[in-house]
Design a protein around this ligand. Structure first.
Ligand code: ZN
Length: 87
């Protein structure tokens, strides 16, 4: 697994109060019907530096539903009707 595409999380953000990039703490802010809202807090002064919404696993990117294991599709050799040759 070389790439972590789509799994980016901020670890440092610029804080205007501290006037420098600070490490941030992530805090769960809100739970939405389709995801969660996280807030980034400056680890230095506690200032809110940003928010991030994450999709709840199982909603937006859920595993596509499998077809129910019903009857197998008839795909065998179709019996050919002998027709017309010897009659
Ligand atoms: Zn700060």
């Amino acid at each position: 697994m070389a790439s972590q595409f789509g799994a980016f999380t901020a670890s440092e953000l610029y804080c205007p109060k501290c006037a420098r990039a600070q490490r941030v703490r992530e805090r769960l802010l809100l739970i939405l019907p389709d995801g969660e809202l996280h807030e980034y807090l400056c680890s230095g002064c506690g200032n809110s530096l940003g928010q991030r919404k994450t999709a709840r696993p199982g909603s937006a990117f859920s595993i596509p539903p499998r077809p129910p294991p019903g009857r197998p599709t008839p795909r065998g050799p179709v019996p050919r009707r002998p027709r017309g040759l010897l009659s």
